[in-house]
Each structure stands twice: as C-alpha cells, then as structure tokens.
Design a protein around this ligand. Structure first.
Ligand code: GAR
Length: 212
C-alpha cells in the first residue's frame, strides 16, 4: 500500500500534531503530513508545521459563511491529495458536507472516554472540568472516526487515565496529553496500514499482514 497523505486541522498548540509528525519521521506511520490548516493564524501548530517543512495555512472563518469556510478547507485538502483528515485540537464543529466527503477517512481525538463528556461545548479544559465536577475516578482519551454526530463516530482506540484526589483540570490534562500523543499516532498507523475496518459502530482492528 502506498504512503498515505495526511491533512491536519488544528486550532491550538499542536502537541498532537507534533506527535504525529514525529511518528511519520520515525516511519511508525506509513504516511506523511502534507498540509496543516488552522482557523487561527496564532495557532502554534502552524509554526510546528513550518519547522517541519510542511505546508501551513490559515483559513479564517471571519467574514465567511460556514459553507464558504469549509469549501476553502476542502479545496486545499483536495489540492494536496489528502487521504486522511486528522482533527488535532480543531475547535470547530464541521458540517455534514465536509464530514461526508471524508467518511471513514477523518479522525478526531477527544480528551475523555467517549461517549461520556463529549458533544458540543465539550472541548479542551471544559472536558476535564466536567469530569472533575462529576466526581469521576477515571478519565482518558478516545480516537474515533468523525461522523455528523459530534464526538459520536465509531471508536478506534481508547485508554483510561486515573483521576487523582488533588487533580485540577490542568493536572488531569497534563497526564492525559502524553497518552494522546501515543494513541493518536497508533490509530493513524493502523489506518495507514489498512488495518481498520468499520462495521457499524465498531471498528475492527485487523491482524498485521503476515501475522495471525
Ligand atoms: C487535545 O487534548 C485534544 O484532545 C483536545 O484538544 C487538545 C489539543 O491539544 N481536543 C478536543 O477537546 C476536541 N473536542 P494540542 O493542540 O496540543 O494537540
């Protein structure tokens, strides 16, 4: 199978993007990041892309309808021949139009164990706050395919992280982040080697070729 071309959408610091770029460099992922798109020119994710010699573009939603904004994103992804769209801290909800275009070819990472603490308004530190306010003893992160149901697409990988007595949203986020950095590249690597099969809500992880 040829190397896959990955397009990343990111709004913030881009530590997940960095983990994915590093995994591509190490050839843990049979693919490469070809473009990084942000909705904010301040996003440090763009800087990380430039440092890695990857095309970095801001497509601002300002002064544009949602449809116009997404059409520009879609054009850029097509222009770069992107096979897989990776949402890495992208803080906007996409319309079904773009999601359908990349059905089964768009992933997201969420900093909690879905289906808990997902959906509209549940992003970044709001998620960790909600987990602590609820009194959960366990949180974690989830990588899933994107569907029109926000945070409701088929789950690829999940890993739990213990909530500690003195946790704050920041300290919990700090322990979940390194798990995200391991899980996201792993999910992309499985995709790149053709080992993910969506069956309804379930994502089967197929054995390695040549394995059992
Ligand atoms: C990550 O923790 C990711 O799970 C979260 O944003 C952070 C981005 O960090 N995503 C969401 O909350 C999406 N609902 P990063 O910019 O350092 O990768």
């Amino acid at each position: 199978m040829p190397k896959i071309k990955i397009g990343v959408l990111a709004s913030g610091g881009g530590t997940n993007l960095q983990a994915i770029m590093d995994a591509c460099d190490r050839e843990d992922i049979d693919g490469s990041v070809v473009v990084v798109i942000s909705d904010s020119s301040d996003a440090y994710a763009l800087e990380r892309a430039r440092k890695g010699d990857i095309r970095a573009e801001t497509i601002s939603p300002k002064g544009r309808t949602r449809d116009e904004h997404e059409k520009l994103i879609s054009n850029l992804l097509s222009e770069e021949g992107v096979d897989l769209v990776v949402l890495a801290g992208y803080m906007r909800i996409l319309t079904p139009w773009l999601i359908d275009k990349y059905a089964g070819r768009m992933m997201n990472i969420h900093p909690a164990l879905l289906p808990s603490f997902g959906g509209e308004g549940m992003f970044g530190e709001h998620v960790h706050e909600a987990v602590l306010n609820y009194g959960c003893k366990v949180s974690g992160c989830t990588v899933h395919f994107v569907s029109a149901d926000v945070d409701g697409g088929p789950i690829i990988l999940q890993e739990p992280v213990q909530v500690l007595e003195d946790d704050t949203p920041d300290s919990l986020a700090d322990r979940i982040h390194p798990v995200e950095h391991r899980l996201y590249p792993m999910a992309i690597s499985l995709y790149a080697s053709g080992r993910l099969k969506i069956e309804g809500r379930r994502v089967r992880i197929l054995p390695e070729r040549g394995g059992t």
